[in-house]
Design a protein around this ligand. Structure first.
Ligand SMILES: Cc1cc2nc3c(=O)[nH]c(=O)nc-3n(C[C@H](O)[C@H](O)[C@H](O)COP(=O)(O)OP(=O)(O)OC[C@H]3O[C@@H](n4cnc5c(N)ncnc54)[C@H](O)[C@@H]3O)c2cc1C
Length: 631
């Protein structure tokens, strides 16, 4: 992601222009263990419904704690992603909403969802009453989570999360709503499923054009398919999954399978905990077939233009066919989803002397094909110390290179076990609730509270990783624990990088098998190595810059030009409500949306984005532009 303001300490530095959100305050624990959680939940919800019926926003807001309470709302009451804090703000939000919440109910469909007195935070430090809710608005239906806390002896809403999940009249064809798949009777013009699919793939005139067939593009295409919105994905790669196949050869997902499921077709029960990149690529190809997604591979954009009056794009694409011929097609989508990687252009610093480097290779990590097994004994330098930098350095070590990693500032390092056994425990593991429930629980937390919770999680993870951290410090490696000590996850959300999930390279650093050059800028590239600001020199046959990527908006500028990019807001990082900026929501330019993120973010926010596009198509959003489009 963007490098941001490098005068700010690495641990605290957010994505340029985004907010380093404050740490939220959890309420005091209730000691009232004998409370009947069902009864209290029903009473609160009854009062909620009474006030809804009277459209009495002040009375609704009064159900919340006055200062320390939150209503996080994803599309239920407006077409924005919003977090309102405190009863006054909550009332203001309700006043501004043009959507009527008609009813809200306690969800008793499973023990996990039903009201219970107990922990309302993941660490079990704060007790209160937690339960899921279902609700209906004038436009749709959704689900959410409510946490109640005792406030001066009264049960008050501490947090409410509402997530729109479907639009009335446009429900997904799942379960009882599945299609029949056959038309009985005599039909002389009958087309088989295959003939219909083949024709659709070739002749589609998409309402939505999706750029990029990574997890971002695939998941939003799957959601749009379920909403009956014609969508086409184009990707410059030859095959779906090449975005992973082409990455360095030893890459295996750092997140465990329970966190990574794709919508509608989760990974099967035998799937390994950590997915190798080529296996994920195969899954992506299967996903396209199973969900009948329309994808044109080997396809590049030739031109794009936006017609403000028609609210429509004109896009010319060139498609290379398997027989070597090329086809040029002009499309007129109403929406383009940019899913070209949540990172934008590579961040490849131009340094004096680069053009005179005489070694075997000098490249960015995205172009690195892997260490050469024939090059044993050669010297390699990797600049940058996050996931890619560590993985590539480990690969060089395994191939017998003399390897040094260059670290300019500090890195947040957490072991893979500490992520799986502490960070994800209870929410995304083998014995955890269904992934939809886990997602609702996770996203129900306003970001400020998530940050407060992650500070505690990070401390426990650091205790677990103490020996490794001590060893890294002794080896001269710079460590940080994320913004305000909130660790890796918040660093990812606020900055998009700056961390390493340790899968082995840290021990190699501790053992001196991967050497570290820390805390110095590169002064120049020499014909046979690197010279640092302190005058130190390092010899190198290969130099890889694992220096990350720029903001996704830079890619938009390259694809659509300045006129479009200038209307788009910066992508990623938090706004002052702790909601992500620009991703999965109105971008500032009508008909242009940004999609991406890790597998978990793609799974969750693909529906958020697809529902907005469907709503726009059904005339439920007044115009596609900026905050003006509030309902
Ligand atoms: C070392 C490492 C470990 C990781 N571990 C995990 C993990 O454990 N779990 C996880 O969820 N994520 C993990 N990731 C992160 C994941 O990288 C990225 O978040 C993911 O690839 C983003 O998916 P995407 O769909 O947004 O973009 P990408 O996967 O980058 O896909 C973008 C696609 O767009 C195409 N494209 C780009 N420009 C154009 C254009 N102009 N026209 C047409 N097509 C275009 C590209 O060819 C590509 O296929 C890891 C990444 C790395 C490097």
């Amino acid at each position: 992601m963007g490098v941001g303001d490098t005068s700010i300490r690495s641990s605290e530095r957010p994505e340029a222009g985004s907010v380093n959100i404050p740490v939220g305050v959890w309420p005091t624990s209730s000691k009232n263990e004998s409370v009947d959680a069902h009864k209290v939940a029903n009473e609160v919800i009854t009062r909620f419904n009474d006030t809804l019926a009277k459209k009495d926003h002040a009375a609704i807001a009064d159900l919340f704690s006055e200062d320390n309470s939150y209503w996080r709302d994803h599309l239920a009451l407006s077409w924005d992603l919003r977090t309102s804090k405190g009863s006054a703000d909550i009332k203001k939000y309700l006043d501004s909403s043009k959507v009527q919440m008609e009813k809200i109910e306690v969800d008793k469909s499973s023990d996990y969802r039903a009201p219970k007195f107990g922990a309302i935070d993941v660490l079990g430090d704060i007790t209160g009453i937690n339960f899921f809710v279902t609700f209906e608005t004038s436009l749709g239906r959704g689900e959410g989570v409510m946490n109640l806390a005792e406030d001066n002896g009264q049960w008050k809403v501490f947090t409410l999360y509402t997530l729109l999940k479907e639009l009335k009249g446009h429900e997904e064809p799942l379960g009882h709503r599945r299609t029949k798949g056959v038309k009985h009777g005599g039909d002389p013009n009958r087309k088989t499923w295959k003939e219909t699919r083949d024709a659709e793939k070739e002749e589609i005139d998409p309402t939505v054009l999706i750029l990029g067939a990574g997890q971002g593009g695939l998941t939003v295409a799957a959601r749009l398919r379920m909403l009956n919105v014609p969508a086409l994905i184009v990707d410059q790669n030859e095959r779906v999954g090449d975005n992973w196949r082409k990455r360095y050869r030893q890459l295996v997902l750092h997140d465990p399978v329970w966190y990574d499921h794709m919508p509608y077709v989760p990974f099967p029960a035998h799937w390994p905990v950590f997915t190798p990149k080529d296996k994920l690529a195969e899954f992506f190809e299967a996903y396209v077939n199973l969900l009948e997604l329309n994808v044109w591979t080997s396809t590049s954009l030739k031109s794009t233009s936006w017609d403000e009056s028609k609210k429509q794009w004109t896009v010319t694409v060139e498609r290379r066919k398997p027989d070597g011929s090329t086809q040029t097609r002009t499309l007129h989508p109403k929406h383009i989803v940019q899913a070209t990687g949540h990172s934008g252009e590579k961040n490849f610093p131009q340094i004096k002397g680069m053009q005179d480097f005489k070694g075997d290779r000098l490249c960015h990590s995205s172009e690195h094909p892997g260490a050469n097994p024939e090059s044993k004994g050669k010297k390699a330098v990797v600049v940058g110390c996050c996931n890619s930098g560590h993985d590539i350095a480990q690969d060089f070590f395994e191939k017998g290179y003399d390897i040094t990693i260059v670290q300019r500032s500090t890195t947040c390092v957490v072991s893979s076990e500490a992520i799986t056994d502490i960070g994800n425990k209870g929410l995304y593991d083998q014995d955890a609730p269904p992934v939809d429930d886990a997602d609702l629980t996770f996203w129900s937390l306003p970001s400020e509270l998530l940050k407060a919770q992650q500070i505690k999680v990070t401390k426990i993870q650091a205790d677990h990783d103490k020996k490794m951290h001590d060893g890294l410090r002794a080896a001269g490696f710079g460590l940080d624990s994320g913004p305000m000590d909130s660790g890796l996850l918040i660093k990812y959300f606020q900055r998009g990088g700056g961390y390493y999930i340790d899968v082995g390279a840290s021990q190699l650093i501790i053992d001196g098998k991967i050497k570290v050059k820390q805390g110095q800028e590169i002064a120049q590239i020499l014909p046979n190595g690197i010279e640092f600001a302190d005058g130190d020199k390092l010899e190198a046959d290969e130099i890889v810059f694992a220096t990350g990527y720029q903001n996704m908006r830079t890619q938009a500028r390259k694809i659509f030009g300045d006129e479009v990019a200038d209307r788009v807001s910066d992508v990623w990082g938090f706004n002052d409500e702790g909601e992500f900026r620009t991703m999965w929501q109105k971008s500032g330019h009508p008909g242009l949306w940004f999609m991406g993120g890790n597998l978990a973010l793609s799974r969750f926010y693909s529906r958020v984005l697809a529902l907005q596009i469907k709503a726009a198509e059904e005339g439920m959003i007044e115009d596609g532009e900026g905050a003006k489009a509030r309902l």
